[in-house]
Design a protein around this ligand. Structure first.
Ligand code: GCO
Length: 445
């Protein structure tokens, strides 16, 4: 069973739902610019309007209240609060988050605030972005603005969302904003500065928050499922024994264990002007929970030489609309192996699925595939909890259909259907199902 004070939530992100891209003094983010590059986002979609959450947040919080969640994970648009990324604060932008937090608390919903979820200020990108050695200081300045204004009411923080994506996809492979393909050498600086920014942010919040802070971050949780009972160590090796910026250890080991994976650490240590020991002390500020976003995983075993190999999924294995495999065991093996390695209470900061949702003749949105997906994943998470993993929460991605990055609005992840022509919200069948699960604290799974 799940603990009695389990966090049942939903998750969203600023650029994906807010819209109001040029309203009330918001500055540009790299996604405002990148989404205007021809061919970068399917069908040329962008977040200019999205779900217009900036103007409709009260309606959306009412839907959260009716859903019965006790926690809501949102992110702050850095350039809405600091249009140039540093310097002058946009008071109207900061006021929005002030009002959002108050609306959540008025409805007994605990705010979980992600400081950065990919919408990096364009003006800072023009100054070198994560490559600039001042980038940790910039993030610290941003942290101060949010902490000083909101920490009297916000107690749960995630500094960064999925650095594997915004550095990997955004700075190595180029498929996300800002669309860079940096050299491996430059990527070392981008990774290291990102983690330094995280550490500086945690330190400031820990020392200055006006109420007791609970701090984590929300990396991708890359999970391996052992093919047989003899493959658990192969799963550990797949998940942790590497220096791949697209996996776990490069990001999680420095933060939770105070050291990089061996090969990566040697490379960073060889960079000029890096004091690795001092930096790792900053990066590994103590955290209160282990958050991660997990949607699917690999099945692993070893070959005759003892090398870890991944197995093809069984022919016909269920996939979601975005073509990701359905592998529910990831929410057993992920929490289990992350908890074993990092010894922190686990919060699934994202899990969910894209579905070919539509409004039926009866005016409803029937999404049995999403109910099945979430049901199976919650059963896995519950099994991990019952076997002794400290599991503190689950945030379903997402509350609303929204802007799915390079896929634009072509993928629907929400438990609430959004008609982008009218902005009408229609709770899907999964919304009502999730409501019943929350009411039963998962006992009806
Ligand atoms: C991520 C991001 C979300 C995505 C969601 C579906 O995990 O990639 O945090 O912004 O929209 O995961 O891809």
């Amino acid at each position: 069973m799940f603990k009695k004070d389990f966090f049942w939530g939903t998750a969203t992100a600023s650029y994906q739902i807010e819209g109001a891209f040029n309203q009330d003094g918001r500055g540009l983010s790299v996604w405002d610019v990148f989404s205007r590059w021809p061919g970068k986002v399917r069908d040329g979609h962008n977040g200019d309007i999205a779900c217009d959450h900036y103007n409709r947040y009260k309606e959306d919080v009412k839907l959260m209240k009716e859903l019965g969640i006790n926690a809501y994970r949102f992110s702050v648009s850095w350039s809405r609060v600091l249009p140039d990324g540093i310097g002058k604060v946009n008071e109207k932008g900061l006021d929005f988050y002030d009002r959002l937090v108050d609306e959540l608390l008025k409805n007994n919903i605990t705010p979980f605030m992600t400081l950065f979820h990919w919408d990096y200020p364009y003006e800072l990108y023009r100054k070198g972005g994560w490559l600039n050695p001042d980038s940790p200081k910039w993030f610290l300045e941003y942290t101060k603005v949010l902490c000083d204004r909101l920490s009297d009411r916000v107690q749960y923080y995630m500094t960064l969302n999925e650095p594997q994506c915004f550095i990997g996809v955004g700075h190595k492979w180029g498929g996300h904003a800002p669309g860079l393909r940096l050299s491996d050498y430059d990527l070392l600086y981008a990774v290291h500065n990102t983690l330094l920014a995280h550490g500086e942010s945690v330190k400031y919040i820990r020392e200055n928050a006006k109420t007791k802070p609970h701090i984590g971050f929300a990396p991708c949780g890359i999970v391996a499922i052992p093919s047989t009972g003899n493959d658990v160590d192969a799963a550990r090796r797949y998940m942790f024994d590497n220096s791949d910026i697209g996996r776990n250890a490069v990001w999680m080991d420095p933060v939770y264990l105070g050291k990089y994976p061996k090969e990566f650490g040697e490379q960073v240590g060889n960079l000029p002007k890096i004091d690795l020991d001092a930096d790792l002390k900053t990066i590994s500020q103590p955290l209160d929970f282990f958050g991660c976003n997990t949607y699917h995983g690999e099945i692993v075993t070893t070959d005759s030489s003892g090398n870890v190999i991944t197995l093809r999924k069984p022919v016909g294995n269920t996939r979601t609309a975005i073509n990701w495999h359905v592998t529910p065991e990831v929410l057993y093996w992920g929490p289990k192996l992350f908890y074993e390695r990092y010894q922190k209470p686990v919060i699934m900061t994202e899990n969910g699925m894209a579905n070919c949702d539509t409004i039926s003749f009866d005016g409803k949105c029937h999404d049995p595939q999403r109910i099945d997906y979430v049901h199976r994943h919650l059963l896995s998470l519950k099994k991990a909890a019952e076997e002794g993993v400290e599991v503190d929460g689950y945030f379903l991605w997402s509350l609303l259909d929204n802007f799915e990055w390079a896929e634009g609005y072509n993928e629907r992840f929400g438990i609430i259907y959004v008609d982008y022509q009218t902005q009408k919200r229609t709770p899907k069948d999964s919304y009502y199902w999730y409501k019943s699960v929350i009411e039963a604290n998962g006992e009806n799974l």
